[in-house]
Design a protein around this ligand. Sequence first.
Ligand code: ZN
Length: 300
Amino acid sequence: MPTTVVWNAACRHHYGGAGHPERPQRFEAVLEALRAPDLAKVIDWIEAKPSGRAAIERVHPADYVSMLETLAAKGGGALDPDTFLGPRSWESVLASAGVALTAVEQGIRTGTAFGITRPPGHHALASRAMGFCFLNNVVLAARQAQQLGKPRVLIVDWDVHHGNGTQALVERDPSIRFVSMHQYPWYPGTGAEDERGVGNVFNIPRPGGLPREVYAHDLIAGVDAALKGWQPDMLLISAGFDSLAGDPLGEFTLEPDDITNWTAAFRERMGQRPVVAVLEGGYRLDLLAAGVVALVRALS
Ligand SMILES: [Zn+2]
């Protein structure tokens, strides 16, 4: 079965300033890798519309969205020491959110989907942009899933950084469970094991430099803990590829094969229920491309 890859060309436009690691070339590298002729048979491409306000305001307060829109209309500016809205970034932010929403719709329709969301989202809080993120794509996706009749949603985040925004947005909501493995202590500083939300948060903080088998095993163990006595209707993956060995922003030691194995293991646990991944980090272009290809192959 092919998997659906959801994209929007405007995700290229966001520009965070010279030398910023979250750069337009990331988007191009992912597209180029997925357009390889040998992948044509496993991918159905779908172009998403940008998100409208209503879907965004399920997660983010209207005055925060208006603040971003106003800043964008003035040509952009800094929101955080490492998070900048460039002249055309708002187009990318809305497109990225739209990609996440459409990926959920497609995943429910066909079983699996991957959304090329850029900018990423898992650090974005309800009313605060940070860590290269403006809107929380994966939580927008979770609310969309619930709107479409999938009340219980499991979010698994394998980006090397803790998805602090995702945790903050779901930690009082038992309909969503959140599993995150991340380097710790590391940016953004959150994600300790005793941060449990209402019993729905499963953090797996780990130091950098461990043998890859340890990380590979521990994320699956975390997912199994979240699945104990609980059946999600849908799985969303915050797929960051900065957890691969050699990424400049992380010190984990994973290989693309681990992405393949994780995806297969999670699909096995979900059976016929939809599995949808959205892109988070990943800052060495060749690793990002290899990780995305491994994920998409394992979703197909
Ligand atoms: Zn990251």
